[in-house]
Ligand binder design. Sequence first.
Ligand SMILES: Cc1cc2nc3c(=O)[nH]c(=O)nc-3n(C[C@H](O)[C@H](O)[C@H](O)COP(=O)(O)O)c2cc1C
Length: 387
Amino acid sequence: MSSLNLVPASTEDYRRIAERKLPQFLFDYLDGGSYAETTLRANVSAYQKIKLKQTVLKDVSAVKTGVELFGTPYGMSAGLAPIGMGGMYGARGELQAKAAADALNIPFTLSTVGICSLEEVAQVSDKPFWFQLYMLKDRGAVQQMLQRAQGVGVDTLVFTVDLAVLGARYRDKRNGLSGGTSLAGRVRTAMNLAGKLSWIRSVGLGGKPHTFGNLAEYVPNASRPDDFQAWITQQVDASVTWKDIEWLRGIWPGKLIVKGILNSEDALEAVQVGADGIVISNHGGRQLDCVDATIDILPEIKAAVGDATAVLLDGGIRSGQDIFKAYALGADFTLVGRPWVYALAAGGKQSITELLTTFKSEIEISMALTGITQSHEINPSVIRTRA
Ligand SMILES: Cc1cc2nc3c(=O)[nH]c(=O)nc-3n(C[C@H](O)[C@H](O)[C@H](O)COP(=O)(O)O)c2cc1C
């Protein structure tokens, strides 16, 4: 029996609304992964194979989802992952996401290639946020960006290391994002856009400028995302090694998290170079396809590094129950990617806040029905089986 579908209840509901509202090429850019999207699907389905152990008749009248990371208390063990071009999915999208994250007392991570700049995001509130860095060939620009980040109160740097080259994303190619569009293709794009009037009004016209705010001063004469994309493509530095992390460590006084770790050897290297944390991540299944689902590799990496560094994880989290499972299997913290952007596209700050509130209450329910009242009591004993 189908429901009335009056109120979005889950990530999938926001995803469907986003699909209706967004121009096709933007929805596909967000929703898609690389190659046959095997890892993208595995990230999500791996959670469904993890069964929980229900425990009853404990006093669970006061359940608390709060955790601490690097000495900072957060409302739950999840933050917002860095997403490039967030401001194409909602007017000044990064500002709306930061406000929603503030409301739940969780961290927001601004991407190097966000539409809004560090300075603009800092205007939202006094609460610190995190900044994600891609290493650019122009080390002067990198150094300046880090100084700007420090200047606006960023306390945590997320350094992404899994984009030495770009994974092939078939949906983007089909949509002409890699060039080669015929006249007929351009007409089809225009016809698709004509059906997305609310996006054109609110984001296309109302969300300008569509520049990459953090990079605007380093890319002369650029005015459209395409101009920045071209600059980024030639700036991505495929020669980066662990030595560069030592360099970063030397110039960045705050917390440093290395994002894009998928095996124990690299995790131990990250510990060696002084990373305060790692993010087990396959970039949401957008880079190398057919790698492990992140939740599957978590126990092995956690066993290798122990408490030597904070272990964060992202990829495939679609509910509070997924966050609970990741925490139970050893993640100190998680990051949520696509879900916050689906919600942004569906209904802006309010929808992101509603989705995050749902996630929080799902963690509470998972805790209560496994007989737990405090986050630090969550451990692998709540997991029944892993298929
Ligand atoms: C549209 C899109 C843009 C992204 N942009 C960035 C980025 O700029 N920097 C980065 O480190 N990761 C980026 N990521 C990866 C996310 O930070 C995160 O690792 C991934 O989305 C987690 O998987 P999930 O979407 O299944 O939650 C992007 C992901 C998507 C879907």
